[in-house]
Design a protein around this ligand. Structure first.
Ligand SMILES: Nc1nc2c([nH]c(=O)n2[C@H]2C[C@H](O)[C@@H](COP(=O)(O)OP(=O)(O)OP(=O)(O)O)O2)c(=O)[nH]1
Ligand SMILES: [Mg+2]
Length: 318
């Protein structure tokens, strides 16, 4: 066989999230099949005439006995296995009818989000796990010179907008002032079960035990390897294919990709637009947030073109 021509397999899979959003449904692959014994998101190969969602509906009916009533694209992952090129087309299932059970005799289990990392999955699944754990909206903090008002703005976004992922961006602050703000932001985020990423030197995590580090695109390009532990989140700002590739080399857990639109803060940078954005996201291999003139009303569109969701300062910083 010519090993250069790999089989291309298109698979639709489901991240079925529980009503309280705290658990996701996993199934175990039978020991007799490829990747046997590993856990997976239920689903299977598409028939040639099927779209992703059609195939997914059929597979979930066959494998779990449930009928999907509401679903949204979550992430598309291309992965090279030794014998095949696989496209995992993963959907987040928000509503379904029926009670899922292993119709083919496979084990099926609701797993709390924080325990997902303990389950063995096929190699292609890492970006899916990250996508499942991340929200659709990502707040990047804006300017605020007054510390009390900063706290009020952050708490408003956590409380009223339901923000669960925050990047503390404060380029104007000196080191000590940044640390003081970061400690207060972390305490606030903990109250709301939100994650906080610090925008700055990876060493910041030694001083404030936040959830991760966000790299500027410049810092991203200057690093040779992942600068923080695997159990912390690493994200980066990207604007091009080259930077997305570097994010993959460093093992970033997710990225922002900008500018989607022209913004008042960067009037001279030409925007990507949805078409180019979609093409870049398709091969990113990790969750991507659309950034640049985005509001929460763009989130569904962002999802439809393959993004995790939207990142914004302005829409959440009030
Ligand atoms: N369903 C699913 N498949 C996955 C995941 N991760 C991953 O690498 N795969 C791979 C394993 C398989 O090579 C392929 C899915 O094929 P499958 O064996 O489930 O296909 P199917 O349900 O149509 O089963 P069959 O009729 O071919 O027996 O995708 C995942 O999370 N879910
Ligand atoms: Mg299957």
């Amino acid at each position: 066989m010519n090993v250069l021509v790999k089989r291309r397999v298109h698979v639709a899979a489901a991240a079925i999230i529980s009503a309280d959003k705290k658990q996701v449904l996993l199934a175990r692959r039978p020991s007799s099949v490829d990747h046997g014994g590993l856990w997976e998101f239920p689903g299977g190969k598409l028939a040639p005439y099927e779209t992703g969602l059609e195939g997914l509906k059929r597979e979930l009916h066959e494998e779990l006995g449930v009928e999907i009533t509401r679903a949204q694209p979550l992430i598309r992952v291309h992965h090279e296995y030794t014998d095949k090129h696989i496209l995992l087309d993963v959907w987040q299932v928000h509503a379904y009818s029926g009670e899922p059970f292993g119709r083919e005799g496979q084990a099926v289990r609701w797993v709390p989000m924080e325990e997902l990392v303990n389950y063995p999955f096929p190699a292609a699944n890492l970006p899916i796990l990250r996508a499942v754990m991340l929200p659709t909206e990502y707040l990047i903090t804006g300017e605020e010179g007054d510390e009390a008002r900063f706290d009020t703005r952050l708490e408003r976004a956590l409380q009223e907008d339901g923000i669960r992922l925050v990047q503390l961006r404060a380029k104007e602050l000196e080191h000590e002032a940044y640390l003081a703000r970061a400690k207060r932001a972390l305490a606030l985020c903990r109250q709301y079960d939100a994650r906080l990423l610090l925008n700055g030197e990876p060493g910041l995590l030694d001083e404030v035990d936040a959830d991760g580090i966000h790299l500027t695109s410049e810092r991203l390009m200057s690093l040779e390897r992942r600068p923080i532990a695997e159990n912390k989140w690493l994200s980066a700002s990207t604007h091009s294919r080259k930077q997305l590739d570097q994010a993959a080399v460093l093992g970033c857990d997710f990225v922002s990709l900008s500018p989607l639109r022209t913004t008042p803060s960067h009037p001279d940078v030409s925007p990507l637009g949805w078409h180019d954005f979609q093409q870049l996201v398709e091969r990113a291999g990790m969750p991507v947030f659309a950034l640049g003139g985005m509001t929460r009303f763009d989130a569904n569109h962002a999802r439809a073109v393959g993004a995790q969701g939207i990142a914004s300062i302005r829409d959440f910083w009030k």
